[in-house]
Design a binder for this molecule. Sequence first.
Ligand SMILES: [Mg+2]
Length: 248
Amino acid sequence: MQHFSRLLPELRKKKLFIFLDYDGTLVDIAPTPKEAKMNESRRRLLQNLKKKYKIAILSGRSLREIRKFVGVRGIYYGGNHGLEMAGPGIRFEHAKAKQARSLIRAIWRASRKTLGKVEGAVIENKGLSLGFHYRLVKKEKRSWFKRQVLNLVKPFPQISVQRGKCVIEVRPRVEWNKGSAVLWLLQKSGERKAIALYFGDDLTDEDAFRALRTRGIGVLVARRPRKSHARFYVRSPREVEQVLASLL
Ligand SMILES: [Mg+2]
């Protein structure tokens, strides 16, 4: 795996479609999701980048929230790992995922009575999915907490779980991930010929790296290079900011 800066000189003149994850990519991971706010200099950077390139933010958060947190108009947004997307001329909600909305809500209600009372736990209701965050849950309580989440969804074959950094996500079991979302956006935006650049730090980003292996550039955000479908890496959100700035 090579550091992404090696590629910068040749990319500057190319037509790019830049895809960015949010947490751990555009902002440092915070103790709770609410605290991971993007600073003004990164917002300005995105404002400038969008004049030159197509930009999409693909996050595990809800579409509504990710739009609010980033707050830049005229770019594409994908919430719930691409199950819902919006942007210039685009509105999308995965049809089969939509059908699971009421079940997701029922699981959320049931979970609040028990798991919601666990000290440090944050249960995030994202409409199409739920996030059970345990970063602030005591170490000795975590495996119990995770087991409870799995037990909660076990009766429902239409629901699946996905693990991330100190979070278990409960979501509709559908064949759709960040990789599908990237390919879909490339096509719908009429940017089939653009080079897709994808920055991400977590497991769900691997789907996008894999989808782009033959037709784009995956950049893993990680302090140390690790096993990944991405061919390049940068070390931190701060470095993401630096390399993006040098594309201007
Ligand atoms: Mg992330």
